[in-house]
Design a protein around this ligand. Structure first.
Ligand SMILES: *Cc1c(COP(=O)(O)O)cnc(C)c1O
Length: 351
């Protein structure tokens, strides 16, 4: 019997059910272990990571490796590629990813080929000669969708491994390994943790070779998660389903209601998830809005119980093709009416 993902999010990564066993795996603060076992040293393993990895692995149906951040997980994937490798990557990928690839490109380490993920044929045409195709869907912050089955099938036929950054959708809304991807990446900092209180990353794969390589790389590069951080993310995942359900319902409502406000040029919402992009006419009006709310906090990052938003182009590293007036809104679990009233008042003030 296979349980629903909402159940696995609660039941996975628990200690064995023997009398007086704790329900939760404790936070294991240990740099070293008694010799003769499999783990030996704190850079190679920790029971708090294992519980979290079992749970994320169950949600994506694969084997999970956790890292100190989403970016550390991304680097662990990239480091498996040969020098000068061509990487097909969305032109609107997460800005940190694009900044990292730009730096590597300057040194000749990689050759990134930027694509519009919505243009499936163009992505497929860019595959020959690539060592990796990196997808993000929906993209951050433009909320564009990629045809993951079509692109990963073409990549497989061309012998190109595929990675999907599934941070925005989470396995509850999209399971890229089922859609043909070789590797899934998560910034567990966001919806998994869900409370804006820790940073952690994860990779999930069904391919033993990828698994062995990224585990080995983690042990040597040392970008390991802290035990307390792993505990916090696992605690966050326990409530992921209800948080996401509430936040996504509010996001859909806000996307519809805010679209008709005269200060809003365009609302982007892919129809699922809890991120909404509000495009205002220019940077000044967007900046005025993010300064005018009482409930929604002006902060970067996303996926917390608290609603946050920011004008993305305030970051120099953000793609120049993202509109200057685009505000990325991460919808939390506050009462939907309060969020609507707060945002409408801020948009009125910005006019
Ligand atoms: C935040 C984010 C990352 C980077 O993750 P960190 O945990 O901040 O290192 C990668 N991809 C996406 C889509 C993100 O939103």
């Amino acid at each position: 019997m296979t349980e629903h993902l909402q159940t696995l999010a609660v039941t996975s990564g628990r200690p064995a059910t023997e009398p007086d066993a704790p329900l939760n795996v404790p936070v294991t603060l240990a740099s070293t272990y008694i010799g003769g076992g499999d783990v030996a040293y704190g850079r190679y393993g920790n029971p708090s990571w294992t519980a979290l990895e079992e749970t994320i692995g169950a949600l994506e149906s694969g084997r999970c490796v956790t890292f100190s951040s989403g970016m550390a997980a991304a680097v662990a994937i990239l480091e498996q590629l040969p020098h000068g490798a061509k990487i097909v990557v969305p032109r609107h990928a997460y800005q940190g990813m694009l900044a990292l690839l730009r730096e590597h490109a300057e040194r000749g380490r990689f050759e990134p080929t930027l694509v519009d993920v919505q243009e499936t044929d163009a992505v497929i045409q860019a595959l020959p000669g690539a060592a990796l195709v990196w997808l993000e869907s929906p993209t951050n912050p433009a909320l564009e969708l990629a045809d993951i089955p079509a692109i990963t099938a073409a990549a497989r036929a061309a012998g190109v491994p595929s990675v999907v950054d599934n941070t925005f959708a989470t396995p509850l809304l999209q399971r890229p390994l089922d859609l043909g991807a070789d590797v899934v990446l998560h910034s567990a900092t966001k919806l998994f943790a869900g409370h804006s209180d820790t940073i952690l990353g994860a990779i999930v794969t069904r391919d033993d070779d990828w698994y062995d390589r990224v585990v080995g790389y983690r042990s040597l590069c040392g970008a390991i998660p802290g035990a307390l951080d792993a505990f916090l993310v696992l605690r966050g995942i326990r409530t992921l389903a209800v948080r996401l359900e509430r936040a996504a319902a509010t996001a859909a409502m806000l996307a519809e209601r805010l679209a008709t406000h005269p200060a809003v040029v365009e609302v982007r919402y892919p129809g699922f998830g809890q991120i909404v992009a509000l495009v205002l006419s220019d940077a000044a009006s967007a900046d005025a809005v993010v300064r005018s709310t009482r409930i929604v906090r002006h902060a970067t990052s996303l996926g917390g119980v608290e609603s946050t938003f920011e004008r993305r182009r305030r970051w120099e590293t953000e793609s120049p093709t993202i509109p200057e007036g685009l505000i990325r809104l991460s919808v939390g679990i506050e009462h939907p009416d309060d969020l609507l009233a707060d945002l409408l008042a801020a948009l009125d003030a910005a006019r």
